[in-house]
Design a protein around this ligand. Structure first.
Ligand code: PEP
Ligand code: MG
Length: 582
């Protein structure tokens, strides 16, 4: 009988993989509380040091094996783990537990690991929360040496080529090694689509499904497993018919990829001659490569949070500037929209001066522009660097999470001060650099006309707009079924924002996930959006939709939908939307 489990899919260009299961022993190490005699303290400390240096050596050796062709992102992940391992502060609390409370070395380290993990788990932001994985992997790596190198050695000799690796957890370093050993896909019990491992899987083109409860107990070594990274489904013990169905889908997807590739150089113009600008979202400077390879007309969202991660101090102006110049160089003349920092109480990083007590609703707390205005020393270097970068290429500055005109006024005053400072220092900047705001809070959408008066462009951040409008925590699995981009309230707020931009003659774009969702794009075009920013991997699929659309027809149908929206029952509304979108 077919066995199926679901998790969080990590879809890559290759969405499906079929191969024999390989169960990898990556279960967390069970460490029992144990004390030592005071006379053993020195020896325990020595054991800890030895494990630490063995762990460092092993990871350096993984780093040394990474081929030159490996994406920079990958080596950066390993480097960041190495940096953590080399950071004296990582194990210092464990040393103190051995010295002062006579814990055994492994129990001291495990105790410290659990408290670190707790801190990360309390973070609301999915990306930062996923940094928990890094801390966890690094400390477990040391633990494995205290316990005799269990994690690293076990499967060294096994042939993993074309296998589907099934594990409790896979670290970024493991991901690189697994890739070199030719794995087809992986499935894990732990982790989510925002974790480093998931980001790596995407960049290495390995489909994966993560977060499958008890996954290691479901599958048998060697049995054929189907991984559908798009749907987040794993199947085993499938009959010949199902297997053939997936093989056929793989062939279809492959054909489709090469078909889409032909669109790279083609213009993004609808069948009735309307131009739609398709832009890329970037996380890291090196993502510019993927943006250009997929024919992006520019970058509609460059998230700068990565600059603040895996470090203890804050990036200074020069570091900001270097990153922005790297992006400008990588984009070869196409424009970039740099979003100012979107960190908050929920997204603490080392070195963030706003160390506030935990709050009940972090998503509603001191986040993004609120934090930046409260902590100008965090914000000012970034503003200076963005302005300075604007002298070297087409740059737009974008402010996240605006909720009031007072807030916008304060930001614009600060930008003006920074401009005067740069001028008095003789530093170049573009005085006409466009300044835009993200519409991510219902209050901002409802006040979009006022915002449009003072801004050069608006960009709709649907990931947060949906969260705040529908009162759904965007990372809470239990309410994710309510997360509906096509909810009438969302459509109204989007329309209000677009109309506000049109009334002032300023561009309105969308940079939330909805912009790259093929199911939503016809409706967005019908609503009047002409700028969509998305993950580079979605650009060609959306271009195909644009090129096949009659936008005038979509506009007519969308207007009609809005007239009838309140009269329709939910199923009729769904049908009417489907009529436009499919
Ligand atoms: C959004 O909220 O839609 C957005 C693009 O910002 P982020 O996902 O970074 O919060
Ligand atoms: Mg947002």
């Amino acid at each position: 009988m077919t066995l199926s489990c679901c998790g969080l899919g990590v879809a890559t260009a290759r969405a499906i993989a079929i191969g024999p299961a390989f169960l990898l022993d990556r279960s967390p190490l069970a460490i029992a509380p144990r004390s030592v005699d005071p006379v053993e303290v020195v020896a325990e400390l020595q054991r800890l040091e030895e494990a630490l240096s063995a762990a460092q050596g092993a990871l350096r050796s993984v780093r040394g094996q990474v081929p030159r062709s490996t994406p920079v992102k990958v080596t950066e992940f390993i480097d960041s783990h190495l940096l953590m391992l080399e950071d004296a502060a990582l194990v210092e609390p464990a040393r103190a537990l051995i010295r002062e409370q006579f814990f055994s070395a492994e129990w001291a380290l495990e105790h410290h690991r659990m408290s670190l993990v707790k801190v990360f788990e309390e973070m609301e932001d999915p990306y930062l929360r996923s940094r928990r994985d890094d801390v966890d992997h690094v400390v477990q790596h040391i633990l494995s040496f205290l316990l005799g190198g269990r994690i690293s050695d076990a499967d060294e000799e096994a042939d993993l080529s074309d296998c589907v690796v099934i594990a409790h957890d896979i670290s970024p370093a493991d991901t690189v090694v697994l890739r070199h050993r030719g794995v087809a896909a992986f499935v894990t019990e732990y982790g989510g689509p925002m974790s480093h491992t998931a980001i790596l899987a995407r960049s290495l083109n390995i489909p994966a499904v993560m977060g499958v409860r008890n996954v290691t107990s479901y599958f048998k070594q060697g049995e054929t497993v189907v991984v559908d990274g798009e749907a987040g489904i794993v199947l085993a013990d499938v009959d010949a018919g199902i297997l053939e169905h997936y093989r056929k889908r793989m062939r279809v997807l492959e054909k489709r990829r090469s078909h889409l590739q032909r669109l790279v150089g083609e213009p993004s113009i609808s069948a009735d001659g309307i131009s739609v600008s398709l832009l890329a979202n970037l996380e890291l400077p090196e993502d510019t490569l993927a943006a250009r390879a997929n024919g992006a007309a520019g970058v509609g969202l460059y998230r700068t949070e990565f600059l603040y991660m895996n470090r203890e101090n804050l990036p200074d102006e020069d570091e900001h500037l270097a990153a922005y110049l790297e992006v400008i160089r990588g984009l070869r003349g196409i424009p970039v929209t740099i979003r100012t920092l979107d960190l908050g109480v929920d997204k603490q990083v080392d070195g963030n001066p706003a160390s506030c007590p935990p709050v009940c609703n972090p998503a509603l707390g001191l986040r993004a522009i609120r934090l930046c205005l409260k902590e100008p020393e965090l914000f000012r270097p970034q503003l200076r660097a963005i302005l300075r970068a604007s002298a070297c290429g087409p740059v737009r500055l974008m402010i996240p999470m605006l909720s009031s005109m007072q807030e916008l006024g304060s930001v614009l005053t600060l930008i003006e001060q920074v401009r005067e400072e740069l001028e008095s220092e003789g530093l170049a900047f573009d005085p006409d650099m466009p300044i835009g705001g993200m519409i991510e809070v219902p209050a901002a959408a409802l006040s979009a006309r006022a915002f449009a008066r003072r801004l050069d462009f608006l960009s709709i951040g649907t990931n947060d707009l949906i969260q705040y409008t529908l009162a759904i925590d965007r990372i809470d699995d239990t309410v994710s079924y309510l997360y509906d981009p096509l909810h009438p309230a969302i459509l109204r707020l989007i329309r209000m924002t677009i109309e506000a931009g049109q009334a002032r003659g300023i561009p309105v774009s969308m940079c939330g996930e909805m912009a790259g969702n093929p199911r939503c794009v016809p409706l967005l075009l019908g609503l009047g959006l002409r700028e969509l920013s998305m993950q580079p991997g979605s650009l060609l699929e959306i271009k195909e939709i644009v090129r096949g659309s009659h936008i005038a027809d979509l506009e007519r149908a969308t207007r009609d939908l809005f007239v009838r929206m309140d009269e329709l029952e939910p199923d009729q509304l769904a049908k009417a939307i489907k009529h436009i979108c499919f």
